[in-house]
Write a protein that binds this ligand. Structure first.
Ligand code: CP3
Length: 341
């Protein structure tokens, strides 16, 4: 329990804790076996199944933290997005928000009622992970990233429709972001009250914004959430992850966050010199290197460990999530190298 929480509090640890974003997922044979019987949505919304999947990577690898098995689009669905997950395509939202009328048709349910399956899952996971002595990380999508799914109607490589709103009807986008911000605070508050030990905000797509637009459409909303949570729950560590965010990380470090999760493009020497000492660093192995030979993979993991050896407050992770094509042995190798360090 202590190793992850100590590192997140920028305290000394015997070795860096390790967990991986998307550690519960399709690269695991035991996950795929369950997925033959249930859809992703069923798994997420059935507390028994969500509990089982949350535990799978802990049982197989002995990671130092568990992350709740769920999805960032829970807040979108609670706000009224009609969400499905399509095989080989990912999330699809059939009522995209592009006009004031679209926004008005959103039919939201109070998140405290809507997300009861999440809170129930947390309640069931806690006694199980206590047996492994690891903390549970709760999470939510940051407003910009969730809004981008609601505007695009799914994943988009360039956020064309979202940028169309930025350039034409920024007020509409701000209204959606406001709604999501209120929703996200309530949702994370619910997770904390249910017992998660830490929370992480995922702003995967904000890295596609210009510096100016990041400061206008992403940062203030993330700031609002972390400031509110820090006021209400000062002891709960908050991590912010934003892909392609090297340029934005100095801005994020001005917020009352505990951990910044860096993607693989960030030079860790630069990070050590630039990220203030009271903020722990999480990252940042290129997930693509999990396809490397074990010799090269070992060397690259050790490079990160050596670089960060003199930094108090370091959590080993990937620069983004594990993908379904990753061999299970590669993940074991990474864990072994870190545990043997
Ligand atoms: O990290 C974990 O193991 C916990 C669970 C988790 C999932 N999604 C499970 C999931 C977390 C933390 C997420 C976050 C998430 N979801 C993000 C932010 C992090 C990131 O990866 O950038 C985003 C952008 C989403 C939205 C999302 N959900 C997409 C784009 C997809 C499809 C991509 C894909 O891999 O198929 C999902 C589905 C999803 N979320 C799966 C899992 C395990 C795959 C579901 C399946 O088909 O079994």
């Amino acid at each position: 329990m202590k190793r992850y929480l100590d590192a997140a509090a920028s305290k000394k640890t015997d070795r860096p804790p390790i967990w991986l974003m998307r550690q519960a997922g399709r690269y695991l044979p035991e996950y795929r076996a369950l997925r033959q019987k249930y859809s992703f949505m069923e798994m997420m919304k059935t507390p028994d199944l969500a509990t089982e999947v949350t535990l799978q990577p802990i049982q197989r690898y002995g990671f130092d933290a568990a992350i709740l098995f769920s999805d960032i689009l829970t807040t979108a669905e609670a706000l009224g997005a009609r969400l499905t997950f399509v095989e080989k395509k990912g999330p699809v939202i059939s009522n995209p928000i592009r006009t004031n009328d679209d926004l008005r048709t959103l039919n939201s349910q109070p998140i405290s009622e809507y997300a009861s399956f999440v809170y129930q899952a947390i309640t069931q996971i806690l006694p199980e992970i206590a047996k492994h002595n690891v903390p549970l990380i709760g999470f939510a999508g940051a407003p910009f990233t969730v809004a981008s799914y609601m505007v695009e109607g799914g994943s988009s490589p360039d956020l064309k429709e979202t940028k169309r709103l930025i350039g034409n009807t920024p007020k509409l986008l701000h209204q959606l972001l406001d709604k999501l911000t209120i929703e996200t605070i309530a949702y994370l508050r619910g997770q904390i009250e249910a017992g998660v030990h830490a929370v992480q905000l995922f702003d995967t797509w904000a890295g596609l914004l210009s510096f100016e637009d990041f400061k206008t459409f992403a940062l203030p909303y993330t700031q609002h959430i972390v400031t509110q949570l820090k006021t209400d729950y000062p002891h709960i560590p908050i991590t912010v992850f934003c892909r392609h965010s090297t340029t934005f990380s100095p801005l994020l470090c001005q917020l009352p966050i505990d951990v910044i999760s860096l993607d693989w493009q960030t030079d860790l020497h630069w990070a050590k010199a630039s990220i203030p000492d009271h903020i722990a660093i999480q990252g940042n192995l290129d997930p693509g290197l999990l396809l490397a030979s074990h010799d090269i993979l070992t060397k690259r993991v050790k490079n990160i460990l050596n670089t960060m050896a003199d930094r108090t407050g370091f959590i080993f992770n990937l620069g983004h999530g594990v993908t379904p094509d990753i061999p299970i042995d590669a993940v074991k190798r990474v864990v072994d190298v870190i545990k043997g360090y």
